[in-house]
Structures are given as structure tokens and as C-alpha cells.
Write a protein that binds this ligand. Sequence first.
Ligand code: HDE
Length: 740
Amino acid sequence: MANPKNSKKPTKGAVSSKNAVSSKKTVPSKNEALEMFRERPEGTHMTTDQGVGITHTDDSQKAGPRGPSLLQDHHLREKLTRFDHERIPERVVHARGTGAHGHFIAYDDTLAEFTSAAFLTDTTRSTPVFVRFSTVAGSRGSADTVRDVRGFATKFYTEEGNFDLVGNNIPVFFIQDGIKFPDLIHAVKPEPDRDIPQGASAHDSFWDFISLQPETTHMVMWAMSDRAIPRSYRMMEGFGVHTFRLVNAKGERKLVKFHWKPLLGVHSLVWDESQAIMGADPDFHRRDLWDAIDSGEFPEWELGLQIIDEEDELAFGFDLLDATKLLPEEIVPVHRVGKMTLDRNPDNHFAEVEQVAFCVGNIVPGIDFSNDPMMQARLFSYVDTQLTRLGGPNFNQLPINRPRFPVHNHQQDGFSQQRIPTGKANYHPNSIGGGQPELSPADAGYVPTPQPVEGQINRERSPTFADHFSQARLFYNSLAKFERDHVVDALRFELGKVMRREIRERVVLSNLKPVDGELARLVASAVGLDWDELEGRADTAGGGRTNKEGVAGASYRGKVFTSSPALSQANLGGDSIRTRRIAVLVADGFAGSELATVVDALEAQGAVVEFVSTELGQREATDGSTVEIQHSFLTAKSVLFDAVLVPGGARSVRALDGIDAAVTFVADAFRHHKPIAAFGEGVGLLSAAGIPSALMGDKGDSTAKSNAGVVTSAASGVASLSDAFVESIRAHRHWERPLK
Ligand code: HDE
């Protein structure tokens, strides 16, 4: 019997990209540069922070066995002092996260035409990276599967210095100018009087702000879509959001948008399931990433670039400096230029994930900023926040933040300086120190891209930022029917939790109606609003700062784009079932050899098969073979798996049929549109779970029947059942399934 714990997985880790010729490794890969900082306890003795040996750490020094503890007990005081100060302020946004090390390798050198950034063009380099994934609104201890945007921040430790690409899993942002960021975040965070709710946007203050700030509408549509409840950090796209610049060795400039494309495809949970997972496993996403890397299943993303001529800045019907807009891939294709592989878990969450400091200002020669007012504000905010969070200006000297190549300058002193500068000349120019360090030559450093700036000082929004709805409509139009249904359901849920009627009305009128009348009607009817009355009301959207229905999402050279297939997850699934978790429900007396056939087929495709039963231990098959149970029905719920398999074996199925948790397991999987397979007597458990018999085959069927993700066959049909089950897992979810 194949056992998931013992199953042989192909060896990962070897970089397999088409151009990964990594003979010249000038930068240590896998963040080996951190090795000198890694402390290992093996073979050591315990000491104080001064290196004095500790011989006893279980009792404080006391005056007599029952007397008071003594002030002179330095070890006691040091231990408590260090403990009392273990916490640092959590990030004001993106507090909850996880991270991993890896490397990036460029695919081809033709990009040198556009950029002098060597990590993007030199195919022989393996550039170490550290990535931190996060939710935005919740505190450090909040749940992973909340409805929220996900942060996707990458630090490239390049040979020319660190480049931080601090992006999200959604290509646009809520607001157009960074000066609104504190307002947005105050509105979404727990309400200040009661500090409720945690990690949730379903409350009055968030929707109050949204309804009064119409530019938020496009991103709100994304936040209400399946993108905001990803199945895994490994199955999300990433976006740089802003328009950046690429600069080549001749100083020629292009505009660019950055994308991360996950090789496992883009997949999501369903909302009901996300909520259940918050209870069953609040660390669901963090555990998923850790387990995958730990088992050698290294997640991979391709870096994609949309490269645009500067003259086309306003050529698409919107302003490329406006962070609430995306550039449809159907207009400017995403050119995949390299691959990132995450292949090492952190050794210490605090030292690496908590202390990593991403700064939007960290760029390298060959990349430059744009005038996007969101990006400009971020150039200030990220360094500023680290000063408090990491206790002063020397945070770049923390091991996880250090560039991998030497730093030389006259910056000095401050809290926690780790370096010992030598010499007297701490200024430039100097003669005392022989003029050292010298300035870098022009071709070895960052040179700001020359560009004209003119205009009157103002505090205004550019008229080119005025359209707040056409791209929200573009996104909604691009979704498959099931995705649009999910948006409606999400809005009904969120507004259903908004206590103030006038806010619900304003959202429907000011945000939803300008996007799609039917969407507005569907939501209004579920949240106690009179649509007939609302429909007749004057359009109050955006205090007049709105465009009307019918405007296209984007246009180029006379062609109008009202839909972008690249935005629908229905088109982004990929074809791999690697690392999907399949629960097999068994009790003693299951059909051993037939089950082995199916399990072997699933594992051959890289799926992770785990056995669930009434309790842990071994379960015996009819043929005497055994399986080791990884989870009991107490610890494992169907929401933690991607698919369920019920093998035949009369005794096993009879036992499971008598257990509510087993029947509910299958019923939940059905409700959440997950692939479900059963053979032989196992089909009976599907019936007990209420799966309509019309979806299932006859128990004599030696060829599997596959219907809306329900795959059944006789015991003799397990070979064809395996193939059909793999196919149904590939589809991820089966939205065509009839549900009551
Ligand atoms: Fe952030 N953001 N942000 N943000 N952001 C932070 O920096 C901020 C914005 C993003 O894993 C903070 O170190 C302002 C857009 C990520 O450590 C803070 C504005 C995008 C992370 C901050 C924005 C992001 C942060 C909190 C409006 C997508 C987590 C802690 C101008 C492109 C990074 C920290 C990590 C973190 C400020 C807007 C993504 C306070 C002022 C747009 C992924 O500095």
C-alpha cells in the first residue's frame, strides 16, 4: 500500500528553467550569505549574554530556601529583561505573514535592450531572494483565510544591491494618492472604540469610506472576488501595481509593469470554506507554504514584464500613473523573463520574517520610479516605518536586510550600529582618508533617469485620473458566471454586516450601480434595500466625479477592450495537481489493492494523499495490508483538503456510514464543489451524504462515471476512476454542480 509519508517524490531543488546554466555563481544561492549568522546549539554550553557559563537555570537565587529572590541574581534579571522586551511593534499593515528564501534566474539576455539590471539579463546568475507573503488588515495573530488582499513582497539580493518589489496579489490599489492611505487603513482596521472586527472588512467604517471615495470601486471588486481568498500563497499571482521604468545602458527609458505568474496556476477557496478554515486551522496558508517547501515541493513563479513606450503613457484610455488601473494583457502581453523558486524555509521567524524590512525605494541600476503619486508616497513611508518598528536607522544591517555585497559610506552611529568604521574621515570629500571611499563610477551605480519636470505646485487630482468605474466594469465583465456570483455573494455578506442603512444604500448607489445595474439590484435585494426606489434616485456617485456606464475599460489604437480573459481565474488554473491534498476516508476492512491503484495514480501526479479515520493508528484492509492514519475526524475537516476519496470495502464503509463526521466530511466537500471519488461500496457513503444519485454511476460500472466532479465506479473500475479523478482534481472546483 502506498503510504504518503513514504512515497517517493522526484528530487526537487535542481533549477530546471530552460536557460538555467548556473556555472558562474558569483552570488551565493539559497541565501548562503546568511550562514555566518545562523546559530546552532549542537555541541554548545549555555551562557549569559556576556558568555559566562550558566550552570543552573531552574531556580532563582534566594535568601534562604523560602526567602525572597535576590537583586544580585544577574542571570534571573537578564533572562526576564530579555523576555520582557521580546516583542517589537507589529507592522501597521501586513502584520501577519510568512516568508521563504529562494533564488531568481533570468531566462534570456535579450532584455539588455531595455534594462541594465543584470539580474534580469544575465542568465548565468542565481540571485538570492527572500519573499514575504501577508494579509493586510489583521494583526499578527489573526487568521490566514480572511477575505483580504495578500502582500507579495520580494527582496532580490542582486550583485548591484538590493531591489525590493513590494507588491500585492491584486494588480490595482484602492486609492490614487498616498495621502489617502491612513484614511483607508483606519477605515478597514478594527473600529477604534471597540477594536472589532479583527482582520475583516465587513463593518460600517470600511464601507462608509468606500462609498464616499469612489476611486476604490475597482479594487473593491477584486477584494470581493475569489482573488481575496486564495487557496494557497503558492497559487496566487503577484503584481508590482505601479508603473515603473526600465533604463538600458544608453539611458533609454521604457515604462514597465511587473507580474508574478505562479506555475501551479491560480486557485481560490470558497467563502464558506474560508470561514470554517479560520477555526479548523488559522495557520492554513502559512502551514501550506512551510509544508510544501519542507517536503521539497518548491513553489515557482515566472516574472513577467509588460513593457510600454513612454509616449504611450496616456494611450490606453487611462493614465498609467493611476494605481487604480491595470493594463490588460490583451493590449500589452506579459513577457516572461525569468523564474523564482522558493526552496528554503526560514530558520527563525522573528529574525527573518518579522525583521525583514522592505523599502519601495530600494532599486538597482536599470530600474527606476515613475510619478505615480502612490509610489511617491511609498518612497517615504517604508523607511519611516522601519525606524520605529526596528528601532532606528541601522535596520539595513540586520542579517536578513543586508545587501550581499559590501556597503561603504559615511553614514554612521545610531541605535544598534553593528559595524566598526575605522579612520577619521567620516565625510566626503576628504583628504585625510585619501578620499576613500571613492564615488562609484557612473556605470556601476544608480543614476536618476533624466526626465523633464514642470508645472505649478498644486494639491489636485489630475483630470486623467477621473474615471473610477470603467475598469471595475472591465473586471466584472471579464469574470466567469460563477465568479460573478461569488462577487454578488461576497457583497451581500459584507453589506449584510453593515449596520447603518444609509451606508448600504450609498455603496449600492455610488459604487455598484455605476459598475453594473444588475449587480446593484442583486446586492440591494439581499441587504434590505428597496431597489425600485433606489434605481429611480439620482446618480450620486462620486459627488459628480464619475463617468457613466458604457465607457470601455481600456482602448488602444481604436480597439476598445471591455473584457480581459486574463483576469478570470477560470482561465488561469494550470494543469498540474501537484501538492493538492486528497483525503482518503477509511476504517478497517477497506478494499486494499484497489485503493493502492488509485493512491499510486494520484501520487504519480504529485498529489499528497492523507488517510483520515476515527482515530490515529493503523487500519487494515481486506487483503491484510495496512495504512497509517494521519488524521482523525476530530482534527481534520474536509475544508482542509482539495478532494475526497472513499474506497470500497463493505466493513469500512459500514463503519464510516455510522459516523456523522465522516458523512459530513463528504457532504461539505460536495457543498464546496470539490472533486469526490468513490468506488465499490464507497459509493454508498456518497449517497448517505446526500449526493444526488443522478450524478453517480451504477455500482457495477467498470468504467468510471464522472459527473460535475463526482467520480464513481465499481471496484473493478479503479484504473479508469483514477484517470477521471485526476482530471476532476485538475479542474479544482466544479461550479456546474447542482446545489440546493
Ligand atoms: Fe504598503 N506599507 N503602503 N502597499 N505594503 C507597508 O511597510 C504604505 C501599498 C505592501 O511583507 C508598511 O514595512 C503606504 C501598495 C506590502 O514587510 C508601511 C501606501 C502596495 C507590505 C506601508 C502603501 C503595498 C506593505 C507596513 C500608500 C502594493 C508588506 C510595514 C502610498 C503595491 C511588506 C512596512 C512586508 C507594508 C505603507 C500602499 C504593498 C506602513 C503609505 C500600493 C506587500 O510602510
